[in-house]
Design a protein around this ligand. Structure first.
Ligand SMILES: [Zn+2]
Length: 116
């Protein structure tokens, strides 16, 4: 699914692409020059059965991974648009991934607490 999201006033296209359009070994990228967040749609892996995917250490439900990867790249977009790109702690992939993984849980806690 391809959508456009507003990142601090800049429109970013968020899209699923095939592996050949990604940097080697990457599951996605955030292109700050063209305002694109692209993630692997895992078309080849989706053709396999869940059992085959587990044997190959791939998540059986690839939509979980795709959603996490989209959140990861969107976090990069937010950091970029806020001026935190080069020479910054914001390039730390572990931190970006932590936000991508924990973000939905933090959002739900804020929502439950009436903090939004
Ligand atoms: Zn990253």
């Amino acid at each position: 699914m391809n959508v456009t999201v507003n990142v601090l006033g800049t429109e970013y296209d968020v899209k699923e692409v095939t592996q050949d359009l990604l940097p080697d070994g990457a599951d996605g990228y955030c292109d700050l020059s063209e305002h694109v967040c692209a993630v692997d749609g895992y078309a080849e892996d989706k053709a396999k059965t869940p059992a085959q995917r587990l044997k190959e250490s791939i998540l059986s439900d690839l939509d979980v991974q795709i959603k996490k990867n989209k959140r990861h790249e969107i976090v990069h977009a937010f950091l970029n648009e806020s001026g935190l790109w080069e020479n910054s702690w914001a390039r730390n992939e572990e931190m970006v991934d932590w936000i991508a993984i924990q973000g939905p849980k933090i959002y739900r806690a804020w929502e439950a607490a009436g903090a939004l």
